[in-house]
Design a binder for this molecule. Sequence first.
Ligand code: MN
Ligand code: MN
Length: 466
Amino acid sequence: MYRKNAWKALAEGERAQLEAFAEKYKAYLDAGKTERECVAESVRLAQEAGFTDLMAAIREGRQLHAGDRVYCNWMNKCFLAWVIGEKDIECGMNILGAHIDSPRIDVKQNPLYESEGFAYLDTHYYGGIKKYQWVASPLALHGVVCRKDGTKVTIAIGEDENDPVFYITDLLIHLAADQMGKPASKVIEGDALDIIIGSEPMAEEEKNPVKARVLAILKEKYGIEEEDFVSAELEAVPAGKCRDVGFDRALIAGYGHDDRVCAYPSMAAVLDVEGTPDYTVCAVLTDKEEIGSVGATGMNALYFENIMAELVANLKGNDSPLSLRRCLAHSRMLSSDVSAGYDPNFAGVFEKNNASIVGNGVTFNKFTGSRGKSGSNDCNAEFVAQVRRICDEAEVAWQTAELGKVDVGGGGTIAYVCAKYGMNVIDCGVPVLSMHAPWEAISKVDLWQEYKCYCAFIKNAKEFDY
Ligand code: MN
Ligand code: MN
């Protein structure tokens, strides 16, 4: 019915725009392999687009007006941007939300040990991963080391082709008879995901000479001591850049499409707004979705509400809590997260009429969740109708889906968190193949339809009369 192949539906001249946008997304993906790097890159792009720091305006008591473009960096892990609209902020905002944390392998706080001539970093994985996918493959280390004196070292090793990479071993097939008989969840266990970071001993050292050599290198190159790992956040991620897939280059294989494939277009749609929109538009890129939206940088924290309280007080010239409540309750939001792309190799877990088909455009999920929609947002049909109309008027290729067959599995997003304010929120995103694998794949045409959808939504979504 409404579903169509988005490649065939491209208007004349649209392909060049699609290709150009895909290249910008690929650059963002390569620059942002962690939530911190995504925030740094987003701030850079926002400043380049003429956005200024919201918190500086608040500190300086500078009144904001319609047409003003501001951003906020929250704890170096969340990024928000707004273009102030003509209408009263109490009429609500048109919001695009997504997350910038991705599944990975985190380094423990007391990680460094030596065993039988190897120096290792002990790890604890982050988010839902198939552990066997992360072994025998080059890894890069990204993150920060915070010294006791308050200084901070930023680290990214393994991306430049002249950099070393890091490595987790797997068992050779010749001796793997027992291993191959195990369930996939046990083939590689969490405790075995320790990363090799060195194997040459320090000549004059008797005890733990390999570890001693690694520590000497860390001291010399980065000025860090073993104790500094305690206050570090180091994330092991697949090393290397994203790549086009197929002779036709229609797909992109990359690390962390979940959920940067939604985060980048959400941010870009707001940065690309020209002039003054009717309603204030907002992009929020959040952290910690993959572990339940917890912590001070997860969507369940009050940072979004607090920052909005500041913005509303600035715009209204008073700090009435009612203005904030009205603003949030009257808002409209696309909560974007990736969908499970229909995979013909694993057709059995999908119900094709309600699956997200790669190449069929941006996907709406009225609900997510599992076991009877548990944990989902299940947005109102009235809002689905508005979103349909906006997409059709903007000639966006779109589809609806849920995550797999009923009772096969499921998953959650940030949609329910924002919906608690009473705003209209719908889950939205693009189909991804091999979700949560080190290298996931998406289609360039879905990325392009998603961006078109976001631009149309922030321009045309309207508040409801209740
Ligand atoms: Mn996600
Ligand atoms: Mn995920």
